[in-house]
Design a protein around this ligand. Structure first.
Ligand SMILES: Nc1ncnc2c1ncn2[C@@H]1O[C@H](COP(=O)(O)OP(=O)(O)O)[C@@H](O)[C@H]1O
Ligand SMILES: O=c1ccn([C@@H]2O[C@H](COP(=O)(O)OP(=O)(O)O)[C@@H](O)[C@H]2O)c(=O)[nH]1
Ligand SMILES: [Mg+2]
Length: 210
């Protein structure tokens, strides 16, 4: 794992790595954004997208749209999300692949995916590429629980029983994905200091990630 980056350093990293338009290659610049439930992935992705011109594709939002569509697949997804389990890779990868195609963006944030090694392998096989970087929000568990219980978005999985299951799934299945990309030198960790509500609210140095 590389040294934890402060968020303003991460901002500079983004500008230098992704360039103005994601470069000239055929393939878009891809950042996977990982972290436990409630670590702040969605919040920070919204800011990164608007500050640095990334498309923000949230795997969880894509799955919730599928539920809202009333499809048969949506019913299966709802049952899985209620239990904090992971939706079959082929469903999620297909939703992400389509969303990437539709957005046609040169720089893409994929928020909350891959959730497990099987997800990662399916993405790399079906989309045919690896991420350029992986941002990992390393947030203390008690802070994540507090935030999830206060999120107030009416989500079926923001209750203490499901939160406990999601945290277990995160530790056992998602951390191995972070470890895999760490070994490949792709992980930029945002340390728990910068995930904490206190620092977050009092930090004045960052221009973009506040
Ligand atoms: N740094 C922070 N300090 C305090 N609260 C935060 C912070 N980042 C996000 N939140 C709040 O915590 C909750 C979870 O954040 P969210 O971005 O949805 O996390 P994730 O997508 O990782 O589950 C939301 O209610 C959000 O407003
Ligand atoms: O690639 C993914 C992303 C999400 N989910 C499911 O959708 C839920 C909510 O995911 P989201 O990323 O929205 O939750 P967050 O971590 O942001 O709270 C997860 O607990 C999983 O059940 C999944 O199965 N695969
Ligand atoms: Mg989220």
């Amino acid at each position: 794992m590389q040294e934890p980056l402060a968020l303003n350093r991460l901002a500079r990293f983004f500008m230098s790595q992704a360039g103005g338009d994601g470069g000239h290659s055929q393939k878009p610049f891809i950042a996977f954004v990982l972290g436990g439930p409630g670590s702040g992935k969605g919040t920070q992705c919204t800011k990164i997208a608007s500050d640095f011109g990334f498309a923000h594709l949230s795997a969880g939002d894509l799955l919730r749209h599928e539920i809202a569509s009333g499809s048969e697949k949506g019913e299966l997804i709802l049952d899985i999300i209620k239990e904090g389990r992971i939706v079959p890779s082929e469903i999620t990868v297909e939703l992400i692949r389509k969303a990437m195609e539709m957005s046609n963006a040169r720089k893409v944030l994929i928020d909350g995916f891959p959730r497990c090694e099987e997800n990662r392998i399916a993405f790399e096989r079906i989309v045919g590429t690896e991420p350029d970087i992986v941002i990992f929000f390393d947030c203390p568990e008690d802070e994540m629980v507090k935030r999830l219980l206060g999120r107030n978005q009416g989500r079926v999985d923001d209750n203490i029983e499901t939160i406990k299951k999601r945290l277990k799934v995160f530790e056992s299945l998602n951390i191995p994905v972070v470890d895999y990309y760490s070994l490949r030198g792709k992980v930029q960790k945002v340390s728990k200091l910068f995930c904490s509500a206190h620092k977050y609210q009092n930090r004045t140095t960052s221009v973009s990630f506040h």
